[in-house]
Design a protein around this ligand. Structure first.
Ligand code: NAD
Length: 310
């Protein structure tokens, strides 16, 4: 049966970014180069690496996939940090998982961290710091998956452009099911910094991220709340899922009529009938993430050149 629900594919959202990146690369004398490290046999990581290669080929970015043993990864990252012709570095996680992966994220040189996962960049997101310098000439690098989701929300009009920049989610209620340090927590923080009320759900409980009543705070605050997933999802205009297991399904019956449903997990986190309730459904975001990686790559290449010129 047909529903009014509109499915928005990541390839469609990413098209204008890919065109823009392609144009910018053509205008450059030197082609920026991205190196991706693959140190696991995770099929999702392999797929992500293939998309990166494909998108780089389309836009004209240099891309080299380096398959390495995970025990050599830190050394290989250190070497790539020193290579002048390498402008950006990324690693396909998980490698070891947990804290060791967090350690490796911080081994990548800040000026080459296209994923935006080093401590400084995530710290800036949490504290709503938008520039790297006092003169406000160098915009911060933002973790690429949360950034991709923001770009999708802009594309589909969840960001209200009548409202001033920085407050454009004021009035929106959003649930994010995932609170990892890579995606869910920085995403909840960014959305709340932009004015939304965000319910952040993980296996252990629910928190609410907001800039307070009348969005008076400069950056978001976080409170633990005693609520159920059903309750917070029922209050939400937008529901974003990222649970990395195929047996997790968010029940369609929890969703508000006309909800915007976005899944960034490699598994399908919504039930098959999600379109019977959603106004807009975004089944995956990976292709926008890759576009954001390249956007970060161009920005970092400029910062590297500025520093070399000084
Ligand atoms: P992770 O394992 O670090 O985090 C999973 C999160 O989900 C945790 O916060 C956990 O508490 C929560 N969770 C697990 N089970 C839950 C449940 N039953 N109810 C509520 N919350 C639950 O994983 P990650 O690195 O954040 O990745 C998550 C997914 O997103 C993976 O499938 C990954 O492949 C995908 N991913 C996609 C992109 C992209 O660009 N498309 C980028 C990164 C990750």
């Amino acid at each position: 049966s047909t529903t009014p629900c509109k499915t928005i594919l990541a390839s469609k959202v990413s098209a204008s970014f890919r065109d823009q990146i392609h144009k910018e690369i053509q205008e450059r004398k030197v082609q920026p180069k991205l190196v991706g490290f693959l140190a696991n046999d995770d099929p999702a990581a392999k797929k992500y690496a293939e998309w990166t290669a494909k998108t780089c080929a389309e836009t004209g970015c240099g891309f080299e996939l380096r398959k390495v043993d995970k025990q050599d990864l830190e050394q290989k990252i250190t070497e790539a940090n020193e290579e002048k012709e390498v402008n950006g570095i990324m690693v396909y996680y998980p490698v070891f998982g947990g804290k060791q992966d967090a350690y490796l994220q911080n081994c990548v040189s800040e000026l080459k961290d296209v994923e935006g996962l080093c401590h400084k960049f995530v710290h800036n997101v949490y504290h709503n710091v938008r520039y790297m310098d006092e003169e406000e000439t160098m915009k911060c690098i933002i973790p690429c998956t949360p950034l991709a989701i923001v770009k999708i929300l802009e594309y589909i009009g969840v960001y209200n452009t009548v409202i001033n920049y920085g407050n454009r989610l004021y009035g929106r209620t959003i649930t994010v099911v995932n609170r990892s340090e890579i995606v869910g927590r920085p995403l909840a923080a960014m959305l709340a910094n932009d004015g939304a009320k965000v319910y952040s759900v993980d296996v252990n409980g629910i928190q609410v991220f907001t800039r307070g009543s009348g969005i008076k705070l400069k950056a978001h605050k976080v409170e633990d709340i005693d609520a159920t997933v059903e309750e917070v999802v029922g209050l939400s205009d937008v529901v974003i899922t990222g649970v990395p297991t195929s047996n997790y399904k968010l029940p369609t019956k929890y969703l508000r009529d006309g909800v915007v449903a976005i899944n960034f997990s490699s598994s399908k986190n919504f039930e098959d009938d999600v379109k019977s309730k959603a106004s807009i459904f975004v089944p995956s975001v990976g292709k926008v993430t890759v576009a954001m990686l390249e956007r970060n790559l161009l920005r970092l290449t400029d910062y590297q050149n500025d520093i070399r010129e000084k």
